[in-house]
Every structure is written in C-alpha cells, then in structure tokens.
Write a protein that binds this ligand. Structure first.
Ligand code: CJB
Length: 831
C-alpha cells in the first residue's frame, strides 16, 4: 500500500462521485467526449446511455471499493452465493434508483437533449439465466447488499446469455445473444487468474510424515479470469461484488511445439477450446442433459471460486478449524455441488488436514437450496464421465459415500434396501452420481423454496435422509422478490402513489409497511388514481404489442397474462386450450350474448428450450390460434391472443404492471415456488392459480377472497395418474370439443398439434390437463363475473398489494442469514 507520507496527496485527489445535476452532466459529457471519443454532433441515444452509465459506474466503484475495504477490515463472516445463473436484466435504471439519483439523471439528460426512458432502454439485458432460479439469484444479490450483508456472488461470465427468441411464421427461432459488445458494468481482473485442472490421473505417494497422499497430475490446465460486477444496495452505500469467471487458454499450456512447427491453426484451436468453457449458458430450465461441457463449466466455476475463497481466508492466518466461522457457502440448486468435493480436496490433499476434520469443516460451511422435485431436472453425472474429467473428485465422492453408507448400515441395520436407495452412486448402467444426495450429505442445511415444496422434498426425494439426519436438517425458506426492481423500477407511478399515502418510501425496505394501504380502501381519489395507473400501464403494454406484433389490443379489455418459461408442467397448453374453448363459445353466441361478454386479451410469452419439441409445439399452437382469432371479424375485441416475443427481465418490467389477471397454473406439486406470481400481485393484478408452490402462501396472506384457485390438489395427483394409467381416463367433454376443433384444421394443419393432443388423450395426461379443465374454465367464468364489478375488483387488488409484505426477498435473505448462514450485517454508517 501507499506509504503514510504520500497518503495526503491521494486523499486530496480521491474521487467522490457526483450528487448534483450539474456534476452528472459534466461527468456524462466528459465520458462521451473522452472515453467514447464522440461529440455533440454524433451523440445518439446509445452514446448517451454509455456516457450516463459510465458516470453512474464511477459512483458505484467508489462505494464498492470502500465496501470491500470495510468488509476486509471488519473480518466478519461472509456468505458466498454460488449460482450458475444470474438473470440481472438492466443495470443503469437499477443503479440510478438504488443510489437515489434517478431524478437528477432525468433532469440532466433532458438538458442534454434526451428522454431518460429512451436512454435506459438502450441497455442490453444481462441475461445469464433461464428463468426463476436465475432471477432469484439476482433478487438475492439486491437484498443482500440492501441489508448490508457481507456477501459475494460467484458465477460464470457466459459470452452468450440465454438466446434471443424470434417468432417466425408462428415458430420459435433462436438467435445467439452476444451481449458483451459494450458492458460498462464489468471490470476484468486480469491479475486474478486461477489455473483449473482437468483430466489426468491420481497417484499415491508417501510424504515425509509417512502419510499416504493423493497427487492429481497430468491432464490440461485452463485459466479462470475474474470479472467483477458491482451490486449496489438500495438506500445504503454498501456495494457488494458479483465475481464471474471467464475461461482462457493457460499461458503455460500454449503449445509452442505446434506453433513452431508451423501448425498455427491447431494452436489457435487449443486456445478456442479453452474459451469454449464459459462460452454459452445452457438454455434448459428444469431439465438435466448431462453434457460433458456442462460438467466442465461446473467444475471450472466451483474450483475458481473455492480457490478465491480459501485464498481470502488464508490471508487472515487463522487455522482451518475456524473456516466455517468466517465462510458460509450457499449452493443455488445442485449445479455447484462439486464445490463440496473441491473444498474437501483442498483441505485434505493440499492443506494436509485429516479426512474427518476436513469433512466436518465442509459440512459446517455448505448449505443447499433445492428448487425442484421433478425427476427429469435432478442432476446426475455418469461415473465414467467424471472418472475421466475429474479422477480425484470421483475418488473423494466414493470415500464420502462409503463412510456415509457405513454409518447408515450401522444405524439402520434392519433396512438393507436403504443402502441402495440413499447411495450417492446409482447402480445403473452406466453408474451415476446423484448430485442432490451429495449436496445433502455435504451440507448442514437443506431448504426448499416454498412451504408445500419443502414438505414435498421431505416426503419424496429426501425421505430417507430425514430418517437418517432427523427433520431439523431440512427447512423452508419461501422465495421472495426485490420490491426495488419489481415495484419501484417497473411501476414508478404506483410506487409514487403508495409513497404519497404511506408518507414516504420506507415500504421499499420494509415491505410489510404496505399493510397501511388497507386504510385507504374508502379513499375514492386514491382508488381513481390507482385505476388510472393500471390503465396507463396497460396502454404502455398495448403499444409494445402493437409495435412488436402488429396486433391492436384494447386496453379496456381484461388483460390475462401468462409469461414464464414454456414447460408442460407449467401448463401453457391448459391456457391455450381454454382460450380455444372461449373462442368456440363466442362463435356459438348470439349478438345479445356477445354484448354481455367481458372482452379479453390473452397474452403469452416465454422461451422454450431449443430441444424441447413439445414446448415449441405449444408456442406454435398459441400463435396459430392468434392468427385465426385476431382476424375473425365475428370476434373483434371480444378476444385477442398475442405471443410476446423474447420474454426477458426488461420485458417483464413492462408486462407485469399491466396485468389484470395472470396465470400460475402448474399441475399441483410441480412448481417449487414460482416468483412471478408474487410480482404480479405486488403490481396490483389478481391471479388465477392452482394450489401449488407459493400460490398457497400468497392465498394465506391475501385471503381466498382475492385469488382464483382451481384444480386438483398435490395429494391427489399420484392417484389420478395411477387411474389414468390403469384404465379410467375420461376426456373432459369441453376439452373433447376443443380437440375436435383443432382436428378439423381450424388452426391450420392439425397434424402439427397431434403430439400435443395425444399426450393428453392417449399417453396418460401426465399433467392432468383434462382433470383440471372443467374447474379451470369455470374459474375463468368467475374471473369475468368479478371483473364486471370494477369497484370490488379494485379493492381486491389494493387489499392484495397491502398484504404482500411477506414476499420481499429481504425477508427471505434475513431468514437465510439467521437460520442457515449465521452471518451479521455490516452497517456502513457504524464503521
Ligand atoms: N427453477 O428456474 C428453475 N430452474 C430449475 O432448473 C429448477 C427450478 C425454479 O426456481 C425458482 C426459484 O426457486 C422457483 O420459483 C420455480 O418454481 C422453479 O421452477
């Protein structure tokens, strides 16, 4: 560091960051003219965005440096959040709001000739995630910083995020998302580079103490380079760090022999192969594919992160026995489970600890959040694949498994089958490593993400583990969302109206304060304003729909929205089949009946995994129905069906505030939590949903009067499926009519939809579409009925918002911090 004598000079020149409009303009123009080498003659909106982003970035960096310094000196326990996905969306708007300078920026940009909305919308979404799991990680980063927790995120810096979706002739087309052209929010740290080893072999050696040690040798080395992203908290100067690793060929590995012998192309090829590791985000949601490159990604990221965490701990010169007092590592699903094995390897093979001492440290350090019980999503890795890529790790897994099974055998000698049920190794061909079991055995806490889900994991996938460890190892932390992005940023007018009633914006950091809104249910002016804001939000969405699809929708119609990843278990097929039923009903009505009908716009959006044929068929059916319905003069404004292309975080910020009703209609027991259900209700929309995931707790908070629930319960699903398989499947009569319409080629060549229809009629209807169809249709009739009474509807919406306090991700992080991580906040003002 700088010697005492020179520090005064440093302090004098230290940068403080702008606070006034003048200073903001100054900084923005300086960046445009120097950093970007542009002038007022060629400054377009993109350049204005870049200038403003760099001005805000400077501000963040100052607080970020201070936060990191403070956290280092404070020497408190830190939490490291390991997630293969961070679905961050745009950063500039969020930074402006979190540091409280959006108004300053608005005025400043206006003086420079720009509208702030146009400038903000230039930013490319950071889309390093698929859906709920990745967005949850992003909400958690926001909450951890806002609550002043010393916390780091660790992830991968994909060159390509989730693909861009185009709808061409009613089909999904995937376009690569190359997003790094200009990304002012990341800082390359070329000095922080970690060598990551793959392949090779393990040999045993007796060291000077006479101990047998394992030495992992040979194979190849790839470099992990750190890229850091500042994460500003809201209303605090705490600015945490998200570290993303990028892969690069190791300098030591560059094959000079190939190069010197003139095989330049081959040596460049090696270079490219190394870079492939962090090149793309796998576009699957709730699906495990077991590709070698994915395993490479996982180890690359876990090993780099662990190296970094251990290095930071070692600087403190404390013994490893204190590691769990300083470090908590949270696993976001099983994707980072190799981190458990890697820490054991570091402690035993490199630091020389005894196996059992090391293993106690590992278990005390890690905790694991499960996000799904669906078998096709549970990660398993083939033993031969792991043997080849990570030979030492496989040995460690076998050792962990053996000791675990010995304990089980001793404790439950009568239950012989238990050993094969709980073994980390599945005795299949090839043998598989069950990552959820490994994560459970290597952690001190395992949690589900909503009450029903946390109960389900205890009675299904982890049933035996509850017997083995007792129930206390398993807990629930119901998911949450950050009110900063999902209310204040997405719905600024509603946030402002709420603040005007509650006397300020405190509700943004204590969401339970919203409950005071119930005092204003008789305030007519307030209700009118609320309604007007909803209408404006619908107009904004209608404009977006017009611009992107060409379809005109009437903002006075009831907006019915389902936006999320396309998946059979989420049942977009139930929705579109219900829409067809509505269409057929309209066609059968006389003019008098039509006059009484509530006009609707059915809005769909979401990406299908590129290899998920059925999901793509569902998209195609929605688009095909839209083609017919939207052009049917008979129907007019009574029904419109639209598919919003390329659903992502920034689109969600437009779509969510515009809903009257949204659909959360998964087969009971399949959606672990859902988080968009929370976003929609917080923005004054009602929901139609099944008794699944967090819908159940939302109902408990807002009361059954304010939600439209339908369908079979989780406890009955198994019996229904059994009944389908063994003979008694009966197709719902209304659904049969819908299928006849499809088969008559009403929506184009029916053969394109036959696999979808057959999955229900001929192949067991696994997702219970037919069983739930009647209750779904009936419940939509109740929605129409309720919407007619606009006053009552509005009161339902306001009451629901008032009762959503529980679903802040701040509450969620508080629970993790107290129950699982055992960490304390570090208040920037107190040090
Ligand atoms: N989830 O987004 C994913 N991807 C997976 O592979 C597994 C689960 C989702 O995680 C969300 C956050 O916990 C849940 O709200 C959602 O129900 C679940 O599907």
């Amino acid at each position: 560091s700088i010697p005492e004598g020179q520090r005064e000079a440093w302090k004098k020149h230290s940068i403080h960051g702008f606070t006034t409009k003048e200073q903001f303009e100054n900084e923005t123009v300086r960046h445009i003219e120097t950093t970007l080498a542009r002038s007022l003659f060629n400054c377009d909106e993109l350049a204005a965005y870049s200038g403003a982003a760099l001005a805000f970035r400077d501000r963040l960096v100052i607080e970020w440096n201070k936060t990191q310094q403070r956290q280092t000196f404070a020497d408190q326990k830190r939490v490291y959040y390991l997630s293969l996905e961070f679905l961050m969306g745009r950063a500039l708007d969020n930074a402006m709001l979190n540091v409280g300078l959006k108004d300053v920026a608005r005025d400043g940009l206006k003086e420079l000739g720009f509208r702030i909305e146009d400038v903000i919308s230039q930013e490319h979404d950071a889309a390093l995630g698929n859906g709920g799991l990745g967005r949850l990680a992003a909400c958690f980063l926001d909450s951890m910083a806002t609550l002043n927790y010393p916390a780091w995120g660790y992830g991968l810096r994909y060159r390509y995020g989730i693909f861009k979706q185009e709808i061409v002739d009613g089909y999904q087309v995937e376009i690569p998302d190359y997003w790094l052209d200009f990304n002012p929010w990341e800082f390359p740290r070329h000095d922080i580079t970690v060598d990551i080893q793959f392949y090779g072999y393990v040999r045993k050696e007796i060291n000077e103490d006479g101990k047998t040690v394992a030495i992992w040798e040979g194979g190849e080395i790839v470099d992990a380079v750190a890229f850091d992203v500042p994460i500003p908290g809201y209303g605090t100067s705490t600015t945490n760090n998200l570290r993303l690793w990028s892969s690069k060929a190791s300098k030591g590995e560059f094959d000079f022999q190939k190069f010197n012998s003139g095989d330049y192309e081959a040596s460049v090829g090696d270079q490219q192969r190394a870079e492939t590791i962090s090149a793309v985000l796998y576009p699957n949601d709730n699906l495990d594919r077991g590709k070698e490159l994915r395993l490479k990604q996982q180890y690359f990221w876990c090993a780099a992160s662990l190296y970094d965490i251990v290095r930071r701990f070692k600087k403190s010169k404390k013994p490893f026995s204190q590691f769990p007092e300083k470090v908590a590592i949270q696993l976001n699903d099983t994707h980072p489970t190799l981190a458990i094995v890697e820490l054991q390897r570091i402690l035993v093979d490199i630091e020389g600890l005894e196996w059992s001492e090391a293993w106690s440290i590992v278990q005390a350090t890690f905790s694991y959040a499960n996000h799904t019980v669906m078998p096709e999503a549970l990660e398993k890795w083939s033993v031969p694949l792991m043997q080849n890529l990570l030979p030492r790790h496989l040995q460690i897994i076998y050792e962990v498994n053996m000791q675990f099974l010995q304990y089980v055998e001793k404790t439950f000698p009568k239950d012989r089958d238990m050993l094969s049920r709980v073994s980390i190794i599945e005795e299949s061909n090839p043998k598989m490593v069950r990552m959820a079991y490994l994560a459970t055995i290597g952690s001190h806490k395992v949690n589900g993400v909503a009450e029903l889900h946390s109960d389900l994991i205890k009675t299904t996938i982890f049933k035996d583990f509850v017997t083995i460890y007792g129930p206390d190892k398993f807990t629930n932390v119901t998911n949450g969302i950050t009110p900063r992005r999902w209310l204040h940023q997405a719905n600024p007018k509603l946030s402002e109206l709420i603040a005007s009633k509650l006397g300020g914006y405190d509700f943004l950091t204590d969401l339970t304060k919203l409950n005071k809104l119930e005092n204003f249910l008789d305030d007519e002016k307030f209700k009118k304003e609320w309604q007007a804001i909803k209408y404006d939000n619908k107009v904004r969405l209608a404009r977006h729909i017009k611009e992107t699809t060409g379809v005109t929708v009437n903002p006075k119609a009831l907006f019915d929205i389902q936006v999320k990843r396309i998946h059979e278990y989420k049942r977009q097929q139930l929705n579109i089949l219900g829409v067809i039923h509505r269409y057929l009903s309209i066609k059968a009505m006389n003019p008098e009946e039509r006059k009484k009908l509530q006009p609707r716009v059915s809005i769909f959006g979401g990406k299908a995994a590129p290899g998920y044929w059925m999901a793509k068929t569902i998209i195609h059916l929605v688009c095909s129905v839209g083609e017919v319905v939207n052009n049917d003069k008979d129907v007019g404004d009574l029904l419109k069906v639209v598919y919003v292309e390329d659903y992502n975080v920034s689109k969600a910020e437009i779509i969510v505030p515009a809903s009257d009703i949204s659909e959360h209609i998964s087969t009971a027991g399949t959606e672990a939590s859902g988080t968009s259900n929370m976003k929609f209700v917080l923005n004054g929309g009602l929901i139609i949903g099944t008794c699944d995931g967090a819908n159940i707790e939302i109902t408990r908070e807002i009361s059954t009067d304010n939600i439209f629930l339908f369908g079979n319960l989780a406890e009955d699903v198994e019996d229904l499926r059994h009944a389908h398989t063994y003979g008694s499947f009966r197709l719902d009569a209304d659904l049969a009519r819908v299928f006849s319409a499809i088969k008559s080629n009403m929506f184009g060549d029916a053969s394109r939809f036959s696999a979808l229809c057959n999955s229900i009629t001929d192949h067991g209807d696994y997702y219970l579409v037919s069983d739930d169809f009647n209750s779904y249709i009936k419940t939509h009739e109740l929605v129409d009925e309720a919407y007619k009474d606009q006053t009552a509807w509005l009161e339902k919406c306001i009451t629901s918002v008032a009762r959503m306090g529980f679903f802040s991700s701040d509450r969620c992080i508080q629970e993790y911090a107290d129950m699982i991580w055992n960490i304390e906040p570090l208040d920037p003002e107190s040090s």
